[in-house]
Design a protein around this ligand. Structure first.
Ligand code: PLP
Length: 386
């Protein structure tokens, strides 16, 4: 299979698996236990935490390991909101947050919290003017993703951090699609809390972290002594060691930039190749705007995503329609709806997400096969419309 669904998840890297196995075999003791095996586990936990802190430029004490980004997102929003000073009650989410995160927004609203969605512009970028108007002195918290999982568009974290800072509001950033794809430093990002998940960058599934700025008032949501009392429950040490190994293998900023440039070039070859082969039919959302290097979110005419994915499958290519969690459904993407894209166009959206494993022959195979399969369908659709 040619795998073009890296934004959904990635394969665990060999270095990650070989780091994890000895933990299952030999470091299975509880890191809270006082005996020697427990202390060994505790040392491994501390070493993994130190690696995360070094790679993501934060303090070890700012790392809270979780079961992934969904939990980290919930923990950040609920934890910061519960500790917000009196009078700060409003919570702002961008309208294009991950579907799971918007469920939290709805749940909070149903529980009586004044929740508002920050709009995006028709091209998918956050509407900064609207954000500036809404981030006032009664806002407890703004929750914004660093990069959108569907369009790949980078969100203006620094600008929103400045707005939130000026208003005295907290900022949570869901960096799940960003960490591992582009260099990231918690020290300079301006957010109070940042979530990410290991399986998006060749780490194991079911493990992630919330980076929480030291000194920021915070109310834990699962009680226990672990993670300095901020997230109770026996630590998933194999997963945590795997997460650290996955971060470590990304290399330094220069190595990450080089890999990002390589993916962006492949992605651009894919997009220009498709546009040249099917003139006038291909629309790419976010093209020309700052976005993740490997993400291409496109439609071919109004051929449904289902049809496109079937043809891709015939070519041995695995991709998905928008977010993995919502694919299979026939609901248009909430991200495209927030951009004002008509339903028929939104239902045609397919996300091709390249990753570290993607190579030029993958893209050439797609370009050699897909236009040939789609041309007759486009002609049919044109004839039907005429
Ligand atoms: N946030 C974003 C932007 C995502 O892309 C994902 C991935 O599905 C998540 C959160 C949820 O991550 P996880 O499934 O690891 O909890």
């Amino acid at each position: 299979t040619i795998y073009l669904d890296h934004n959904a998840t990635t394969a665990p890297a060999p270095e990650v698996l070989s780091a994890m196995w000895p933990v299952y075999e030999r470091l299975w003791a509880n890191a809270s236990s006082q005996h020697a095996p427990g202390q060994d586990a505790r040392r491994a936990l501390a070493a993994a935490r130190a690696t995360v802190a070094r790679v993501l430029r934060c303090k070890p004490a700012e790392v809270i390991f979780t079961s992934g980004a969904t939990e980290a997102n919930h923990l950040a929003v609920r934890g910061l909101l519960a500790a917000a000073p009196a009078g700060r009650t409003r919570v702002l989410f961008s309208a294009v947050e991950h579907a799971g995160h918007l469920r939290l927004a709805r749940a909070l609203a149903e529980a009586g919290v004044p929740v508002e969605l920050l709009p995006v512009l028709p091209d998918g970028r956050l509407d900064l003017q609207a954000a500036a108007e809404r981030i006032g002195p009664d806002v407890a918290l703004v929750s914004l993703m660093a990069a959108n999982n569907e369009t790949g568009l980078l969100m203006p974290v620094a600008e929103v951090a400045a707005l939130a800072g000026a208003a005295g509001a907290r900022l949570h950033v869901d960096a799940t699609q960003y960490v591992g794809k582009l260099p990231f430093g918690f020290d300079a990002c301006g957010a109070d809390a940042v979530s990410f998940s290991a399986h998006k960058f060749h780490g194991p599934k079911g493990v992630g972290a919330l980076l929480l700025r030291q000194g920021v008032p915070f109310s834990p949501q699962t009680l226990g002594s672990q993670e300095r009392g901020r997230r109770g429950g026996t630590e998933n040490l194999p997963g945590i060691v795997g997460l650290a190994a996955a971060l470590e293998r990304l290399g330094d900023d220069a190595a990450m930039q080089a890999e990002a440039a390589r993916q962006a070039e492949l992605r651009d070859t894919l997009e220009t190749g498709l546009m040249a082969a099917l003139p006038g039919a291909v629309h790419v959302w976010g093209r020309g705007l700052p976005r993740l290097p490997g993400t291409s979110y496109l439609r071919v005419g109004c051929l449904s995503a289902e049809v496109l994915l079937q043809r891709l499958e015939r070519l041995g290519i695995a991709a998905s329609a928008g977010a993995a969690c919502s694919s299979g459904g026939s609901e248009p993407s909430h991200v495209l709806r927030a951009m004002g894209v008509p339903a028929d166009e939104a239902l045609a959206a397919v996300r091709l997400s390249l990753g570290q494993g993607s190579q030029a022959p993958d893209i050439h195979a797609l370009l050699a096969g897909l236009p040939r399969l789609l041309r007759p369908l486009l002609q049919e659709a044109q004839a039907a419309a005429a």
